[in-house]
Every structure is written in structure tokens, then in C-alpha cells.
Design a protein around this ligand. Sequence first.
Ligand code: ARG
Length: 559
Amino acid sequence: MDYKQHIAKKLVVDGVSEAEIYSAIALPPNSDMGDYALPCFKFAKVLRKSPVAIAEELKNVYVCDETISEVSAVNGYLNFKVNKTGLAEATLKEVLDAGENYGSSETGKGKTICIDYSSVNIAKPFHIGHLSTTVIGGALYKIFGFLGYKVVGINHLGDYGTQFGKLICAYKRWGNRDDVQKGGIHAINDLYVRFNTEATPEMEAEAREYFRLIESGDKEANELFEWFKSLTLEYVKVIYEKLNITFDSYAGERFYTDKMQSVIDELREKNLLKSSEGAQIVDLEEYGMPPCLILRSDGASLYATRDLAAAEYRKKTYDFYKCLYVVAYQQNLHFKQFFKVLELMGKEWAKDLVHVAYGMVSLEDGAMSTRKGKVVWLEDVIARCEEKAYAVIDEKNHGLENKKEIAQTVGLGAVIFGALYNNKIKDITFSYDKVLSFEGETSVYVQYTCARANSVLLKSGVKEKPPKGYEPNAQEFEVIKSIAAFPETVKDAADKYEPSVIARYAVDLAQKYNKFYIDCKILTAEGETKDFRLALTRAALQTLKNALKLLGIGVPEKM
Ligand code: ARG
């Protein structure tokens, strides 16, 4: 049950919607005053009254019930005390009944969300810079799905551009089929790097010619291009599988080759296209932005042209409710520009396009040598995390079975969680030791808490039956409240496009469970107390698992 909703429904404030009240209700860090609180400062302006007076008035009309047992007004806050027994009973029942569906809902029923994420560049390294878009997008995919939305994951492949002419040129000169087939993306990348360091003006001209050949449908050039593309996809799909990431479409930039003309025609019809030094642009000066380039002077299309066509195509194909682009903030201007162009074209749905921007990831040991020199390949980061996880686990629990598998789950979790834990817009420094710590705010900590809870339940060996009428003590009640907040946490993460909300939640619940675990005996408790604590343990474990699953992270039974 959503307690915030229960409270919000009963509060009537003139000129303020129930949704606004709902989102204003908070869980105070210290529950001495109340379990939920409504700060009334926000309404002072609309109501032309002091927060103190508002809180006082609201308190006088609020009628308590079996859910909320006490209301008080203190310093402009309206504080609610929850009926502990009732909340504990309802929450445990809900979690144990729903199991892995606990926290899910039908909020998004009938709505489609497109998520453009990971969007790798063919024949270029899949490097640490792609980590955030891949795991943030992957988590949003799961979160919206959990809320009942139909989700379409789109990998908007970077498979268009002159670099493919260069690659063919390099391959023809230095490459051979077997080496590339065997070496895959690494061999392809070597060729590309070599071209960029050794190319002569003649080779540059040759590369342009090869690109023209791809464009004009030349058979050999296209076969080579498709081969490079399939090798790249084969490679990235292995990583996606490890990270628990799925896509419903791999329609990349090239897919829009024949879909751009209609956009260009429409721009022209609507008088939005201007010539500028031979190029075709949409002037955005009025909106304080540089022009959006649509066609270069040689007639070639641009990144933005393809994004315009892609947005139009997605609207037509999926009739999305929202279309998200999980792309680094370096591209802020690009998204602002092409969203504006669509708006100027009169597409009312332009408002439903969202750039979900995120910050940069760098490695703590920036100089980490990889096979490829400067670029840090994502596969190497993952492999290193798995290796380190193995060492950490081996040290902690040498006799553990399936150490290798467990280390994989833990290592992958650390990679994902490390990239997700901070507010997404922040630049982060990825540190292997930090993400693999048993004690920090890490997935390892959460997984370890799960293993601990699991071991309690295994030792007890009976099916949990939560008692009726039990009044939880302080530590137990903290865990209950946190568990009860999971469904609204999932919604909050979706509203903010912010998986870190769930990551932080998981750490917080784990901390509360651990406090309870240390302060209260479970297996040696008796009667109702024992029954309650076992059920609480089961519910906490289930909720932590559900939270991690939404981030793409598994939970080992033992650690
Ligand atoms: N491939 C691009 C890059 O690596 C990201 C594409 C993002 N999606 C989009 N529709 N523009 O920078």
C-alpha cells in the first residue's frame, strides 16, 4: 500500500493538486516526529498564509484511521505517525504475496516508451565511455517495463559516415580476411587506427571514393561494410548479454538513408530551410542556438538529419508516449537543436522527446594499459572487475563453492552499480577498489546483505508466516518502512529517469536490514517475534533482489 497516496488523498488544499501534495510528502530522516511529513512552506504562496498556520489548519481537519494513528503540526510541518502494526502487516503480506513482482505496477499500461541507448559506433572501440549509456539505458528499460509500459529498446548504431570508406581502404591495403575474421573488432580497429596515422592524400581520396561506392550501392563495398558491422555486433552482443541488456531494434543511422528526403522536403515546404555558404540549415538564432545543419554543401546529410528522420520514424512506428535518448551531456546542444527543429515543424510530440544526459566516466588509474593503448575497452573493465571480485571473495570465504560464477555476478554488479550509483549528470571516477568494497555504498554490500538474509532463512528452514497484531520495535519498523517505500521509489526513479534512485534505495534498505540483524536476534528469538523477524528477513531479501534486478544485477545465494 502506498501510504503517501493514502495521506495525499485525505488532504485537501485549495489550488494544490493531489499529485503535488503526494510528491511533497517526505520520509523524514529522523522518525521521532513522524514517519511521514508534509512541509507546508511550498503552499504558503498560493494560500497566502504562513506555513505554521497551514500546518495547524490541516492538522485540525485531518481524520486519523487505522493507517495513520497520529497527526501533529510542528514548525510548518505536518507530521504523520503510522500505525506500526498495520503497516507491518500490510507490507509483509504484500511483499510475500507478490514476490518478484513486488514494486511493479500498471501505471504505464497502454503507453509505449522508446529508449535510445548504448548506440555503439560500428568498427570503433566499445569503450568505457559507453558504460553509462548502456547501464543507465538498460536499467530504465527494466524500470519502465516493471511499471507496465511497453518498452522499445533502440540501438541507434553509428553505422554511417566516411570512416567506413577509410576502413575499406585500409583493409584493402593491409588487411586479410582470416585475420579480421579472427580478430574481430580489435583487428578492425587496428586497421582504422593505422589508416589515421599513415594515410597519404591519395589514400584519403581513395577512402572518399569507397564511401561513395557504399552510398551508391556498390556490391563489394557494401559486403565489406556489412561484414564489419556483423563482426562488431557479434562482439557487442556478448557484452550486452553479460550486462543483461536487451534491444528490440538495431535500426542505426544508415537505416534512415531513404527516410531523410521526406524530412528535407517538409522542412523546405514549411520554409524552415535556408541556404548558408552552400549548405542547408535551419536558423535557430532566435532561440539562442547556432544553426542546425541539415545538408552539407556537397549534399551530404548530417547526424542531425538522421536523428530528425529517426524521430519521425519512431513516432510513426511506435506511437511513443515518450522517446528517451540516453546520451552524454556533450551532445546537449545537438538534442536541443533537433528537438527545436521538430517543434518548429509543428510536431506536437516534440515535447515528448527527452534527452537523458549523463556525465563522463574516467578510470582512477587512467593509465591502465589495455591491448589497444589509450582507449579503455569496456570488456577489459569487466574482466578486471571479475578478476578482482574473485580475489576479494576468495579472501573472504575461501571454501565457497562456485566461486567463479559468484565472482562473475559480483564483478558485473560492481561495474553496473559503480556506473549507476551517482546522480547520472555527475562526472565519475571509476575505482576498482571502491566498487568492490564490502563496506561501501556498493552492490557488493547489498549482495552480501542478501547472502546474509538468505543464510538466516536457510538455517530456519520453515516457510515464513507473518504473525497478526505484532507491534514492531524501532529497528524492525525502520526496515518495514523502507520496504514499504519500494513501489514509490521505482516510480520516482522512472519520473526522474534516474536509476541511481533505486541504487541508493538498495544501499539504504541493506543498511537498515543490517542494523536490525545486528541489534535483534532472529533464529534464537521465540514465538511471534521469531515469526515476524523471519518474515521480515524474507521480505527484505525479496525487495533487495527486486531492486538489484531492475539495475541488471543478480544476487548470489551465498557469498
Ligand atoms: N553513436 C552516437 C555516439 O556514440 C550516439 C547516438 C545517440 N543516439 C542518437 N539518436 N543520436 O555519440
